[in-house]
Design a protein around this ligand. Structure first.
Ligand SMILES: C[S@@+](CC[C@H](N)C(=O)[O-])C[C@H]1O[C@@H](n2cnc3c(N)ncnc32)[C@H](O)[C@@H]1O
Length: 255
């Protein structure tokens, strides 16, 4: 009984703490993660949790917390990908686009990150940290090493278009019917879909006609999630727009 009560009370304390110290964005994000984990558990979507962009660790702490009440989620692996040196210098399409983003921002070295998430109650035996710049580290040999079968939830929180492109390329074969894809910075570019993570997502969908997305939850200032669908090879290639809104409307991304 005490074992059941302790995690629940720690969770309520953390939620109240975030609320009390006016960290409303984080409070709202916790509820958003709760909904997504509940969906994945209900629909029996199995696989690893992949996170691209971890900074100081708050997103892993909150996602770990959201999975806590679900017995089926207690074997989920948490694969965390980051430079652990902060953002790269914005170049290419990102150069000069967003005044808030600069090289080195959000840097947290791997030892400090580990201390943070341990202190936040994360069981490090279920976590694998993968340091490196995405355009170099996300390659075939890493795929072999990690032996990922499928992803249940993917959090993309790397702010920049040039960072999101290799991430989406890397996860393509791990998407299954029901995988939830979360973009933390979807609306960060004044809501424009031709910048940042949204631009990369639109281009990736266009390049993969067997993958479709249903818009799911939105949260806070900038977050959105999609439930992904993968047509099997016998289905004719899609000709209609790849994204369906939660209202059933179809739309094509601008890229
Ligand atoms: C906004 S922070 C992540 C915040 C975190 N998810 C949270 O909620 O606490 C963005 C992260 O993306 C990482 N990142 C961005 N582009 C990257 C790239 N090309 N390669 C590796 N890491 C990258 C940065 O190091 C940084 O930690």
């Amino acid at each position: 009984m005490r074992r059941l009560f302790r995690p629940a009370s720690a969770r309520i304390t953390r939620l109240l703490f975030n609320w009390a110290r006016r960290d409303r964005e984080r409070f709202v994000r916790q509820l958003f993660f709760d909904t997504i984990v509940g969906f994945v558990d209900d629909c029996r979507i199995e696989g690893d949790y992949l996170e691209f962009g971890c900074a100081q660790g708050s997103s892993l702490i909150d996602m770990f917390d959201s999975m806590r009440p679900y017995p089926r989620q207690q074997t989920t692996r948490f694969l965390i990908f980051d430079s652990f040196e902060g953002l790269p210098e914005p170049t290419g399409h990102d150069a000069g686009v967003h005044r808030r983003y600069e090289g080195g921002q959000f840097a947290c070295d791997i030892d400090q990150y580990e201390r943070n998430v341990r202190a936040g109650g994360v069981d490090m035996q279920r976590v694998k940290l993968i340091p490196g710049w995405y355009d170099q580290s996300l390659n075939e040999s890493l795929k072999r090493e990690l032996a990922i079968d499928k992803a249940s939830i993917v959090l993309i929180d790397c702010d920049l278009y040039e960072s999101t492109v290799p991430v989406l390329d890397f996860i393509t074969s791990y998407i299954q019917d029901g995988t939830v894809l979360i973009f933390d910075d979807w609306f960060s570019y004044k809501g424009r879909l031709d910048q940042g993570e949204a631009k990369a997502f639109g281009e990736w969908l266009d390049a993969h006609p067997s993958i479709r997305a249903t818009e799911y939850q939105k949260s806070g200032r900038t977050m959105i999630s999609f439930i992904m669908h993968v047509d099997d090879e016998s289905t004719p290639a899609r000709s209609d727009p790849p994204v369906v809104t939660s209202g059933g409307e179809r739309f094509r991304h601008q890229s």
